[in-house]
Design a protein around this ligand. Structure first.
Ligand code: SF4
Length: 284
């Protein structure tokens, strides 16, 4: 979230809205302590593939995509990144496999000649406590017909129905393109998914966004901004959700300030199943 005091505007990014849905406290930390948030082994792999795709969409031969992605990955690895549960020995082959998946199964369906890494900002037509709310971000690719693409590297295929019903990213990007290009709904949004495995596997998730999704977006953004304005980001904690898959020392950058400050790995590991836990003696 970014405040423009001259124009009384507050800008929100879709990635921050996603964080908010996963865990509001994590979204607060992102604003209060942005320097603690950094890339992981998984995200730098994704960034490298994105780089390769950008080069191909800019005219580079698809045959060079894996090589370019690997070179970029080597550069990214020279800077600090968080180690998760990925197998480092499999990384090179996984990047090559994901590049092959993109070239063979996704690229043939992408209309060339569109905007790569398209930056956007648009007003939500929402006024909260004197602030005009705007959304901003960067789309991976918009084709010449206004079809929006987002490239994903993932450990498994997506559940398409969940994405159609829940993706904030698709809704925000669709609203942006309707505003910028004066298009009519519905908007065609697609995830081009490359699965992180040794055998090339791609998936295209075709999604649709309508004006109703835009209205729902306004309804969901409003309380988020109100929370941020009323509670502030430094004084009090926001709601905490420790039930998501991302709530762990490996996947949450703020673990040490949050759940990890209260519970050790030992307190979170299961006791031996079938073995009664020894009851402590009463304190004197
Ligand atoms: S450690 Fe868990 S509860 Fe705390 S901010 Fe991270 S995701 Fe949220």
């Amino acid at each position: 979230m970014r405040f423009d005091f001259n124009n009384s505007r507050v800008y929100v990014r879709q990635s921050w809205l996603n964080d908010l849905v996963i865990c509001p406290e994590r979204a607060r930390f992102k604003l209060a302590k942005p320097n603690m948030s950094g890339p992981s082994d998984a995200t730098i792999m994704g960034t490298a593939l994105h780089y390769g795709i950008e080069q191909v969409l800019s005219g580079e031969s698809p045959d060079n995509m894996a090589k370019l992605a690997l070179e970029h990955w080597e550069e990214l690895k020279t800077k600090p990144f968080k180690v998760t549960n990925l197998d480092p020995d499999a990384a090179v082959e996984q990047i090559e496999s994901m590049a092959t998946a993109f070239i063979d199964d996704i690229l043939p369906t992408v209309k060339i000649g569109g905007d790569i890494e398209h930056r956007f900002s648009f007003p939500l037509n929402l006024q909260i406590e004197g602030w005009d709310v705007w959304c901003e971000g960067t789309m991976d690719y918009v084709d010449p017909d206004g079809v929006i693409w987002d490239w994903k590297t993932a450990s498994r295929s997506y559940y398409a129905k969940d994405k159609q019903s829940q993706s904030i990213q698709a809704t925000v990007y669709a609203s942006a393109i309707v505003y910028e290009r004066k298009l009519e709904y519905p908007v065609d949004f697609r995830y081009g998914v490359m699965v992180r495995q040794l055998k090339p596997k791609a998936q295209i998730v075709y999604m649709r966004r309508t004006e109703d999704h835009h209205t729902w977006l306004m309804h969901t953004v409003k309380p988020a901004i109100q929370t941020a304005l009323r509670l502030g980001v430094n004084e009090s904690n926001w709601l905490i959700n420790d039930t998501s898959a991302l709530c762990s020392s490996k996947w949450c950058d703020y673990w040490s300030l949050c759940k990890g400050a209260f519970l050790s790995e030992h307190s979170m590991s299961l006791p031996l199943q079938g073995q009664p836990v020894e009851i402590s003696k009463e304190k004197n």
